[in-house]
Write a protein of this length. Structure first.
Length: 647
């Protein structure tokens, strides 16, 4: 390589790494023997960032050193001397910037890696090798393979001086001035003995293809020429290894499946394949290209790190921002991908990009497109859609709750279990529900609950089951939030089954009620006793019109805040007191008749009060609002003892 990187040894300053870096280095050096190759991805990615930043400076017409130099990355292995050299013509660093950037953990990936290592260490389940691929651990990963690293750099500012940084990764590093005439950064690595493979061109080619194929700048590798003539044998030349294609700018017909997948893997570091891909472009009202993906699952990063969500925003292939959050509404933050638009004003600042109307146009076009593609997925690949819904359904509900304007676009994506489901995974859409509503049914019924099994046993469902009216199960905490804004579908109101004023279809004439029921007097006496026992824990105690088998249920008084809002309140504030309910009693239930009989026979019967208490608390449990179910145990014990005594 025609590079002069001699240092002036006399001016070198020795410094000590920050403690956190030393920790990181210790992990990288001592506990990682697999996946070491990712160090190259990290260095290439740094070089690519440096080129991006340089390109940005050039576009904004600042003065730069060597404006003619090709924006590229050069990689050269030297097996004989166990060396590897990576050079870029990017933005470069001054001595101060080296001190700042290579002496502290600036990057969040490295910090998250350390945090994850700590957690993993406590659980002793995961090793560094398992998780390293999921984090950009950055520059320091070079010490997995390096005995010594020398970074020589010259900043793009025409008057800046070159500098050199050197370290063995053992506690200290030195910084000093250097002779380097051209712009950019050269990293020279003295490889460890067991890392010699990374000096071999064919191994380097393989690693570059695998991890950095879509880097936007050419990556040249110094390789031996294929030679026919004897005198040319052993000659080396620079060849470009990466595809370097902005595949989002290609015609989808020209991109094959494997290429999309490879791009996705390199973009996200997700091992799985994406559930959905959206490749689209538009010319009006704004010009843009977009390539978006729904990941394989929600937590495809082992530790669920997704604060750095957002799409990559490009302008004419120049990366403007890595995690741009304003291209999709926040509830679609699970989507990964790239957007490239020529209509963005680039020559202003990066911050100004946020306030341009172009962005809001792209955003609404993309949001619509995502909704449509998901609808298609549901129709064409129901199994994949089920996976999508399991992983990301909560985000769609969040969207309906938080973005009334887009509600209509997403409402058909909703899926719920219902009273007709075989099991929890047997889901129905609102359109399907409406399609199978009974002829005289005017409302869409739903029931709130904490989980599927408890909800499926709720006494509220009895009437609806008996009359073959389907009820949707809302058992996800997000459902209550969503129901605040989702009050109707297809012109039909959504109604909670515990709503006191339901517009239920007429009872058919001749539909008989079970004969045996308590007389009015007996019932009155029982109600009086129940009121006395429960006191002001209930709003009222009254007869039930809807129950057939269950002894009782709790309903919401007509003037109270509806149960959905109560739930939202309770999720937001643990101290929130749920308003008192009405206890409805079924005078035809055998249990109720037996309690009433005990009361008529002997008002002092010691079992009556515990039976009433238990009746009420079982109802609380079935509503999912019992504050402390364990408190019921002594009473259940007492009732069991009494039952066991009976012959
Ligand atoms: P990051 O994830 O921020 O790249 P690194 O530890 O890999 O974290 O690098 C730290 C910083 O060092 C970078 O943010 C960048 O400012 C600087 N840096 C690293 N490599 C280069 C390079 N090839 N050219 C210019 N600056 C670089």
């Amino acid at each position: 390589m025609a590079e002069d990187t001699t240092t002036k040894a006399t001016d070198m300053d020795q410094k000590t790494f920050k403690a956190e870096i030393q920790q990181l280095l210790n992990i990288l050096i001592h506990s990682l023997y697999t996946e070491r190759e990712i160090f190259l991805r990290e260095l290439i990615s740094n070089a690519s960032d440096a080129l991006n930043r340089l390109q940005f400076e050039m576009l904004t017409k600042r003065d730069v050193l060597d404006p003619e130099a090709e924006l590229a990355i050069y990689i050269e292995g030297d097996e004989e001397n166990r060396r590897l050299i990576i050079r870029d013509t990017g933005i470069g660093m001054t001595a101060e910037e080296m001190e700042e950037n290579l002496g502290t953990i600036a990057h969040s990936g490295a910090q998250q890696f350390m945090q994850a290592m700590k957690e993993a260490g406590q659980e002793a389940k995961v090793s560094a090798a398992d998780i390293i691929g999921q984090f950009g651990v950055g520059f320091y990963s070079v010490f997995m393979v390096a005995e010594e690293v020398t970074v020589t750099s010259r900043s793009y500012r025409p008057d800046a001086e070159a500098a050199v940084w050197r370290s063995t990764g053992q506690g200290t590093y030195t910084i000093g001035p250097a002779d380097k005439a051209d712009r950019g950064t050269t990293i020279e690595i003295k490889l460890k003995e067991d890392a010699l493979e990374f000096a071999r061109p064919h191994r380097l080619r393989q690693v570059i293809k695998e991890h950095s194929d879509f880097v936007a700048y050419p990556i040249y590798l110094l390789e031996e020429k294929f030679a026919e003539k004897e005198e040319e044998k052993g000659k080396k030349e620079w060849t470009q290894v990466n595809q370097q294609t902005a595949i989002w700018r290609q015609n989808p017909k020209e991109v094959d499946e494997e290429k999309y997948k490879a791009f996705y893997h390199q973009l996200t570091l997700d091992f799985g394949d994406p559930l959905l891909r959206i490749h689209t472009s538009a010319d009006a009202p704004v010009q843009f290209y977009a390539l978006l993906f729904v990941p394989s699952k929600k937590d495809y990063r082992l530790f669920g790190l997704k604060e750095d969500y957002g799409l990559k925003l490009y302008n004419r292939k120049v990366l403007i921002q890595e995690h741009f959050k304003d291209l999709l509404p926040p509830y679609l933050r699970f989507i990964e991908g790239v957007v490239d638009s020529e209509d963005l004003p680039l020559n202003v600042s990066r911050e100004a990009v946020q306030s341009t109307p172009v962005l809001s146009k792209i955003k609404s076009a993309l949001t619509r497109r995502v909704a449509n593609e998901l609808k298609n997925l549901a129709e064409e690949k129901p199994d994949t859609y089920r996976t999508f819904w399991r992983e990301f359904g909560g985000f769609i509900k969040e969207g309906i709750a938080t973005d009334p304007d887009s509600k209509d676009k997403f409402v058909d994506l909703l899926r719920f279990p219902s009273s007709r489901s075989e099991n929890e995974d047997d889901l129905v859409s609102l359109a399907q529900y409406v399609g199978r509503m009974k002829a005289d049914q005017k409302e869409i019924y739903y029931i709130l609950g904490d989980d599927y099994d408890v909800t499926a046993r709720s006494p509220h469902l009895e009437y609806f089951r008996k009359h073959d009216l389907e009820v949707l199960f809302m058992t996800d905490p997000m459902d209550s939030f969503m129901l605040v804004t989702l009050t109707e579908y297809d012109g039909k109101p959504l109604k909670n089954v515990d709503d006191a004023g339901l517009d239920l279809p007429e009872e058919k004439a001749g539909e008989e009620k079970p004969a045996e029921a308590l007389s009015d007097d007996e019932f009155k006496a029982l109600v009086a006793r129940v009121k006395q026992v429960l006191g002001d824990r209930v709003e009222d105690v009254r007869d039930s019109k809807l129950l057939t088998d269950s002894p009782c249920r709790l309903v919401n008084p007509p003037d109270a805040v509806n149960t959905t809002l109560q739930r939202v309140q309770r999720l937001l504030d643990k101290e929130y007191q749920i308003p008192k309910k009405i206890l409805e009693i079924n005078r035809r239930s055998e249990l109720i008749r037996n309690i009433s009989a005990r009361l008529s026979a002997n008002a002092d019967d010691p079992l009556i009060d515990p039976l009433v208490e238990q009746l009420y608390e079982s109802a609380l449990l079935s509503e999912g609002i019992h504050p402390n179910p364990a408190e019921m145990l002594p009473r259940i014990q007492l009732l069991m003892e009494a039952a066991a005594r009976m012959k």
